[in-house]
Design a protein around this ligand. Structure first.
Ligand code: HEC
Ligand code: HEC
Length: 235
């Protein structure tokens, strides 16, 4: 009797203390700053996820934890703090979520809602299937529109081989859809990729944008923000 009481008391105490515990901190895995960095070196979970079949209906429910930031239609925020996710390739979504879960892409804001402690492997597959099935919202943030011819020239010369003529990316190569993405989000990401702050970046893209000035980045991101497939499927 007494031991049962003590056992349940200590269980209650454990529950109380874990209810008040801070969420676990995002882990940190080696990224582009480390000499032996291999882009898209898959973790065990990512390799497993890429073979799984996600369920769109279950994904819609599991996505609820994401929508406070990324919005119910997965359009993100025009100011670029939260990216648009709708219509993104499942492979890209899985890679990016895995990189956040493993700590190769720093995102302390999102980690408490997307780490392994709250979202399990099957849910990641389901969420990716759901988000990828959503149409491009078509209301994305655009740039000032003042340097579009230069943006087009830069895009066709330096970016289209990977991101596609209309920003459709490449699912099997993990190249993201950039079509319809918010201008200010893209500017921030290109700067982060250029300067090494996005630690899961593709080294070939880093080389391409290494010498880009702020105005080059603005011009090319503005161009991408307008090559519309709006309302249509991204791929
Ligand atoms: C507290 C806000 C927040 C929540 C909740 C959140 N995210 Fe995010 N997410 C962000 C931010 C901020 C970024 C952009 C980080 C950056 O600038 O590098 C992001 C980026 C992403 C990206 C990368 C997109 C890209 O274009 O590379 C994916 C994928 C993503 N989130 C999926 C999710 C999923 C799935 C969930 C739910 C399980 C989720 N997020 C929950 C804030 C959030
Ligand atoms: C060698 C292929 C390649 C080239 C060339 C390339 N990119 Fe990328 N880009 C990528 C990959 C791969 C990613 C995602 C990196 C990762 O895995 O996190 C990316 C990410 C991005 C992102 C962030 C997307 C997101 O959803 O977070 C933007 C914006 C972008 N690229 C724009 C450009 C622009 C503009 C150019 C040309 C100046 C360019 N890229 C050239 C492969 C490339």
């Amino acid at each position: 009797m007494r031991t049962t009481f003590l056992a349940s008391l200590s269980l209650t105490l454990v529950m109380l203390s874990s209810a008040h515990a801070a969420p676990p901190k995002q882990p940190r895995a080696p990224g582009i700053e480390s000499p032996d960095y291999v882009w898209e070196a898959q973790s065990a979970e990512e390799a497993q996820l890429l073979k799984m079949k996600g369920d769109v209906a279950r994904g819609k429910i599991a996505y609820q934890v994401c929508q406070g930031c990324h919005k119910p239609d997965a359009s993100g925020l025009p100011d670029g703090t939260y990216p648009q996710l709708a219509g993104q390739h499942t492979t890209v979504l899985i890679k990016q979520m895995s990189d956040v879960r493993e700590g190769r892409r720093d995102n302390p804001k999102m980690f408490p809602f997307a780490g392994k402690h709250v979202v399990d492997t099957q849910e990641v597959a389901d969420i990716a299937a759901y988000i990828s099935s959503l149409p491009l919202p078509g209301n994305n943030d655009k740039g000032p529109g003042s340097d579009l011819p230069r943006g087009k020239t830069l895009y066709e010369k330096d970016c289209a081989t990977c991101h596609g003529d209309r920003g459709e990316g490449n699912a099997s190569k993990f190249y993201p859809v950039t079509n319809g993405q918010h201008y200010r989000y893209m500017v921030r990401q290109i700067v982060a990729i250029r300067d090494g702050a996005r630690r899961n970046a593709n080294p070939k893209m880093v080389r391409v944008v290494k010498n880009y000035s702020a105005s080059d980045i603005g011009a090319v991101a503005d161009y991408i923000s307008r090559i519309g497939l709006q309302g249509k499927a991204a791929k």
